[in-house]
Write a protein that binds this ligand. Structure first.
Ligand SMILES: [Zn+2]
Ligand SMILES: [Zn+2]
Length: 102
């Protein structure tokens, strides 16, 4: 999985880039506590957390659905707000193993 830092809410979870299996939009999801953000402003309150189905902020599809997945590099590059932040050095994209298998 690609992640952009660590979660300030739980303190330990990597903030993974999650791709919605239904609409393809990317969001930022803590791999540990499931806090969810629609942008890189992860100092702000998450749009949701600890919801069982983790609805996609764009289409409402579940981010835990089997078709949803940790974003691939190409998907990140195709997502303007994320790639722009990486290019500008506002965020560092890191790669690592998820805490739990998919
Ligand atoms: Zn967390
Ligand atoms: Zn979606």
């Amino acid at each position: 999985m690609y992640y952009v830092g660590f979660c300030r809410i739980c303190g330990t979870g990597p903030l993974g880039v999650r791709a919605c299996g239904r609409c393809g939009d990317l969001s930022i999801l803590c791999d540990e506590c499931d806090a969810l953000w629609t942008n890189l402003n992860t100092q702000s309150a998450p749009v949701s957390s600890r919801e069982e189905s983790l609805p996609c902020p764009s289409c409402g599809g579940s981010l835990l659905d089997p078709s949803s997945h940790w974003a691939r590099r190409g998907e990140i590059a195709a997502t303007g707000w994320l790639q722009q932040a990486i290019t500008e050095g506002r965020v560092t994209l890191q790669h690592g193993a998820p805490l739990v298998g998919e």
